[in-house]
Design a protein around this ligand. Structure first.
Ligand SMILES: NC(=O)c1ccc[n+]([C@@H]2O[C@H](COP(=O)([O-])OP(=O)(O)OC[C@H]3O[C@@H](n4cnc5c(N)ncnc54)[C@H](O)[C@@H]3O)[C@@H](O)[C@H]2O)c1
Length: 404
């Protein structure tokens, strides 16, 4: 099988967790880097022993990299992915895939027309809760889907200032007001990664911010956005209902979900993970769904935190994870976000090497992102119920990569 060269765009704290995984992967020949901030580029080159690095994305696109890994700012991914595909490169994109319906359309067209591999790195796809519920759902243990709720809770003060400040200079507040529902894939994706349906309609409300940091100031915001928190209610294609929260000004933290079916339910709250049978008997799932701790943070942890690294960037695997599919070379390598990083890095390397679909391909990415894009439009119209476009499915002759 052909080994690939991956060119990573961006040397922020998130990319630093994936570079060592791809460097260690047996299907990856080399990892290049492009980063315009000279000090960040130099630090990453030294930290990871990178042999080939560039100061611009254009230079990386002109290189002999077979694939691009996008770890740039969250509002830039759609056009950058299209540029990479049009340059003949497979694409791994950190979330979100895109921030407008037009960008999503251009992305889906580029994948369809080039036939190249596209994957969105949705970490919630491999959270222990999602892995467990997806399996139970496929076995029929939930019965018919009724309702799910999911949320991504991340207060601006909980480590969100540094990445915006570090990458966007004195103008950072203009960008830190990024509308919460334009980053919807952790909550929407967590539900749809279990049920495999799609969101068809949405009504969403926004919470107008008044915090003294002045981030969500409509006049200042690049997106004229004053909402720090948004809550959406969805109709789903399987006849059910969902509610998702994308909160950036809230005391709680993390990504979690609960799912109700006619036969069984899963309930999750901080400190509680519970399966509920139809006879109301319960199973405590904290042990199988809790990731092993990473005992030791890196020596430069304080410096990494200033750059935006967060505690959830570090985690082991949970008993529910099917870790024997991962390459042995990943033993002792970094992992994070509920054990998901290693699965995502492995999905992409295998999909590229086999030239087949990864689990979160472009049509799935569109299913995870379009609902939030329309939800934000709804919030701007006081909760008007709006239809969500269907971006369709992979071509009939496409097949999924072997991951085991
Ligand atoms: N759980 C998750 O899925 C998760 C968690 C954290 C971050 N993320 C995503 O990962 C991405 C990276 O996050 P981060 O916090 O490391 O971001 P960051 O803003 O700290 O780093 C982005 C880097 O990309 C560089 N860059 C952007 N465009 C460039 C260009 N054209 N040429 C050269 N360099 C360029 C910037 O200079 C910056 O250093 C974001 O999109 C974020 O949404 C996802």
């Amino acid at each position: 099988m052909k080994r690939i060269k991956i060119g990573v765009l961006g040397a922020g704290s998130f990319a630093n967790r994936f570079i060592p995984l791809w460097q260690a992967h047996p299907l990856v020949e080399d990892v290049y880097l492009a980063e315009k901030l000279e000090d960040r580029r130099a630090a990453a080159v030294a930290q990871h022993g990178i042999r080939t690095s560039y100061a611009s994305y254009e230079e990386l696109l002109g290189s002999d990299a077979d694939a691009i890994g996008l770890f740039s700012q969250r509002w830039t991914h759609g056009p950058q992915a299209v540029a990479a595909l049009r340059a003949g490169k497979h694409v791994y994109s950190a979330v979100p895939a895109a921030i407008s319906l037009a960008e999503l359309e251009a992305l889906v067209s580029a994948v369809r027309e080039t036939g190249l591999v596209y994957m969105m790195g949705e970490t919630s796809y491999y959270l222990p809760t999602t892995v467990f519920c997806r399996k139970r759902f496929r076995e029929g243990a939930f019965g018919r889907f009724v309702y799910a709720e999911a949320g991504y809770y991340h207060d601006m003060e909980h480590g969100f200032y540094p990445p915006y400040q570090g990458s966007n200079g004195p103008d950072w507040k203009r960008f830190a007001s990024f509308p919460p529902m334009l980053y919807p894939s952790h909550s929407v994706g967590m539900i749809l990664a279990i049920t495999d349906a799609r969101m068809t309609h949405v009504s969403c409300l926004g919470y107008t911010d008044d915090h003294q940091d002045g981030v969500f100031d409509r006049q200042l915001s690049h997106w004229q956005n004053a909402f720090s928190n948004e809550t959406a209610l969805f109709r789903t294609s399987d006849g059910g209902m969902c509610r998702t929260n994308e909160f950036r000004r809230v005391a709680t933290g993390g990504v979690r979900c609960s799912v109700h079916g006619t036969l069984g339910a899963y309930e999750e709250q901080p400190g509680a993970k519970m399966w509920i049978n139809h006879d109301r008997s319960t199973v405590d799932l904290r042990e199988p769904l809790t990731c092993g701790k990473v005992e030791r943070k890196p020596k430069d942890w304080a410096a990494q935190k200033k750059q935006g690294a967060q505690d959830d960037f570090f985690s082991g695997l949970a008993p529910v994870h099917e870790s024997d599919r991962l390459p042995d070379e990943f033993l002792g390598k970094p992992n994070g976000h509920g054990g998901s990083h290693q699965f995502l890095a492995d999905d992409f390397a295998k999909a590229c090497a086999q030239q087949k679909l990864p689990p979160v391909h472009v049509w799935t990415a569109a299913k995870y992102c379009a609902p939030g894009i329309v939800a934000h439009q709804s919030a701007q119209q006081q909760g008007q119920m709006l239809p969500i476009p269907d971006f369709g499915a992979p071509p009939a002759d496409a097949s999924f990569a072997e991951l085991a």
